[in-house]
Design a protein around this ligand. Structure first.
Ligand code: GDP
Length: 532
């Protein structure tokens, strides 16, 4: 045990570092904006979008975003609320998401799952939820768009429980649904918070009163009665919140509200701050690294190129996991054994940068990286440690890239190698193929566009792309060479090695993969590469 550093300990206790997961259109951007509004970062909602469009004009990296009308880069948004320092790791919202989204979750201590009341749990939410479950990241649910006619509240809880296999424990309950929605009721005290102003652009304040005293002309008496009955029903059914179960990912606390009208947003924020775990000790090759020690340690979870086209540089985003970070500090980079002075560390807000003087566990810093950091690298002070490696998830899109101009082959190879090292794309080779061509794999098809765009703009090598008929990869985690030699590989599947030399199989469909697993019980496959 290292001695506890009281300053670090105090800062850790006020940190809340989380990401929002949702299906496109569920309201993640709107909720983010409203959290910033209540966090005092914005006076008027809508400012974020304004900034986005301004930036799009000045940067050619943003040009790709602008052309596609999407957000490629994940960033961190920070604000203070009630003495908490809140770090919201923003993930791309488009359904063409990439591995960045997954990695961002690995750098979070908690996830907020936004669900549209009318649509319930949708496919992408489910996918991201599985990553949280796998990494044991606690999930808090916000059921959004209660101001629109949707499912019944009990049905949405049921949907969460059946599709995700997690118990849903409501923290509040809506007063009415659709046009009748006028507030939320706390579950533990039965206190109702009624809203009057539907403007949504500015912070709105609720009138609070016991549920029994609510008498609002916007709600039919039978709706009010239904609210009371439903709350009674849940109380008698006895689902109660249990912190340990929440942290183990067995239950999810549920809040209701409307990000658009702000109804319930502040109550959600306050409830969230109470529930969201503070940064805790993280596992490493030498056991858990104590979060509140004074020696600094953190890991790189994302590398982003060309944030600022005037500099044409790369930024490595680091999640601090222990100790205090100070500007100009000299750190150890255990992978290379080098000592590095962190001269240019930045706080990042969207695409803007600001030099950072000190930071604590849970915070994200951007390090200007002339190629020395790889994804998953640890940097630290004191004893060298290496945090657990970042998991690699199965790609869902596969393609071969070819350099259009053969005289630029060298630049093409160098550029591609660099992008693979950064984690922008995965690669697989068939060791027995005559032509050792790399098959690139991406979690979201947009990753190919980004890679091609960067090869062209940074390495001046235009490429052609041919997509390949695979739809998933499975890493071989257990088998003998004999088992593998004798295995009947289905038509259209391939045994390959990934960029780190790990054996994997590419399949055309999940059906093929399942069939192969059933037929070859001695060969164990995994959809994630956990360690190297
Ligand atoms: P994202 O794709 O998850 O980031 O979703 P957005 O925040 O962009 O929201 C998608 C659409 O739903 C937008 O038109 C929003 O104005 C709308 N929306 C978001 N929250 C609410 C809500 O609480 N009520 C209603 N009625 N519409 C909402």
């Amino acid at each position: 045990m290292s001695p506890i550093d009281p300053v670090v300990d105090r800062e850790v206790k006020r940190r809340r570092t989380f990401a929002i997961i949702s299906h496109p259109d569920a309201g993640k951007t709107t909720l983010t904006e409203k959290l910033l509004l209540y966090g005092g970062m914005l006076e008027v909602a809508g400012a974020i979008r304004g900034r986005k469009s301004q930036r799009a004009v000045t940067s050619d990296w943003m040009e790709l975003e602008r052309q596609r009308g999407i957000s490629v880069s994940s960033t961190v948004l920070t604000f203070d609320f009630d003495d908490c320092r809140v770090n919201l790791l923003d993930t791309p919202g488009h359904h063409d998401f990439s591995e960045d989204t997954y990695r961002t979750l690995v750098a979070s201590d908690c996830a907020v799952m936004v669900i549209d009341l009318a649509k319930g749990v949708e496919t992408q939410t489910e996918k991201l939820f599985r990553v949280c479950a796998l990494r044991k990241i606690p999930v808090i649910t916000f059921v959004n768009k209660v101001d629109r006619p949707g499912q019944q509240t009990l049905d949405v809880l049921n949907d969460v429980e059946t599709k995700l296999g997690i118990e849903a424990v409501p923290q509040n309950w809506p007063l009415g649904i659709g046009g009748e929605f006028c507030g939320v009721v706390d579950f533990d005290t039965f206190t109702a918070h009624v809203f009057d102003d539907k403007q949504g652009e500015r912070r709105v304040v609720a009138r609070s009163m016991p549920l029994s005293e609510v008498n609002d002309e916007r709600m039919r008496p039978e709706m009010l009665q239904q609210t009371r009955d439903e709350m009674e029903l849940i109380h008698t059914a006895g689902t109660t919140f249990d912190e340990a179960r929440f942290r183990r990912g067995e239950i999810t606390p549920v809040f209701f509200g409307s990000a658009l009208t702000n109804f319930g947003v502040e109550h959600f924020l306050r409830g969230f701050l109470k529930l969201c775990p503070t940064p805790s000790d993280r596992n490493s090759d030498v056991g858990p690294v104590q979060v509140n020690r004074s020696d600094f340690a953190g890991f790189v979870f994302k590398i982003q190129a060309n944030l600022d086209p005037r500099h044409r540089d790369r930024v490595a985003f680091l999640r601090i996991c222990a100790g205090k970070f100070e500007r100009e500090m000299e750190v150890l980079h255990p992978r290379t054994g080098k000592r590095i002075k962190l001269k240019r560390a930045h706080k990042v807000f969207g695409q803007d940068r600001e030099t950072m003087d000190e930071a604590f566990p849970g915070d994200i810093i951007g390090l200007v990286n002339p190629g020395e950091f790889h994804l998953g690298d640890t940097i630290c002070i004191g004893e060298p440690v290496q945090f657990e490696s970042l998991p690699q998830f199965s790609p869902e899109h596969f393609a071969v890239l070819r350099c259009r101009d053969t005289s630029r082959r060298k630049q093409f190879t160098r550029g591609l190698e660099q992008l693979i090292e950064e984690g922008a794309i995965q690669t697989f080779v068939d060791p027995h193929a005559m032509q050792r061509e790399s098959i690139l794999g991406a979690v979201g098809a947009l990753q190919f566009d980004v890679v091609r765009f960067r090869l062209e703009s940074e390495y001046n090598t235009p490429t052609d792309i041919t997509s390949m008929p695979f739809s998933l990869a499975r890493w071989i985690v257990q088998s003998t060479p004999e088992d593998l030699r004798e295995a009947r590989v289905p038509y259209g599947a391939k045994v390959v090695r990934d960029q780190l030399g790990c054996l994997a199989m590419l399949f055309a469909s999940p059906w093929d993969a399942n069939y192969f697993e059933r037929e070859h019980p001695k060969i164990k496959l995994s959809s994630i590469r956990e360690t190297v």
